[in-house]
Write a protein that binds this ligand. Sequence first.
Ligand SMILES: [Zn+2]
Length: 207
Amino acid sequence: MFPPPYAYGTVQATAPPITGGLVPVVNRIATDKPYVFITIDDGAIKHPAAAEMMRKAGIRPSLFLNTKYIEGQRDYFKALPVTVHSHTSTHPNLSGKGYDFQKNEICGNADFITGEYGKRPTLFRPPFGNHDNTTRKAAADCGFKALVMWTAAVNDGRVQFQAGDKLNRGDIVLMHFRTTFAEDFQAFLDRAKADGLTPVPLEDFLA
Ligand SMILES: [Zn+2]
């Protein structure tokens, strides 16, 4: 269990503004506190240990989910202590695609999540991280506040860094709902603790 640095749900910072009709691209969070952020994508494998591991750790991950993986799975995801965000309907590579195609993938997923979970998602992550200005425009037009990337990832039970050999304050960590969920999530928790960082909700910094 990490020490709660502040009451969850408390806004710490707002997202950068939408300029020129394009949502901002957020790679990391600017903070002078020892905070780190965990995001979990796709939703392909509904691992049975996820809810208990999240509760035990006392943290609230941000999920970026695709309609194609979570259709008919509302009970599983509703039981998790998380906030659900958007990752397109079918997980295509958006970069270079036309506006209508991108908007349909992004808005369609947002509409689906709104219907399933009763709250409109505010953050969008493009599949594979691939995006262009059309993506940013479509995301703005679909009501999103920011396009969220990442600075570290967990694969096969190991945290991998884009630079250096540890997590730093403000890092956004990417993992997935895979068969290795328990190993990956534990690797993140151990790494955060070793580096003196407390996981806090991303939404509190991109309100
Ligand atoms: Zn994905």
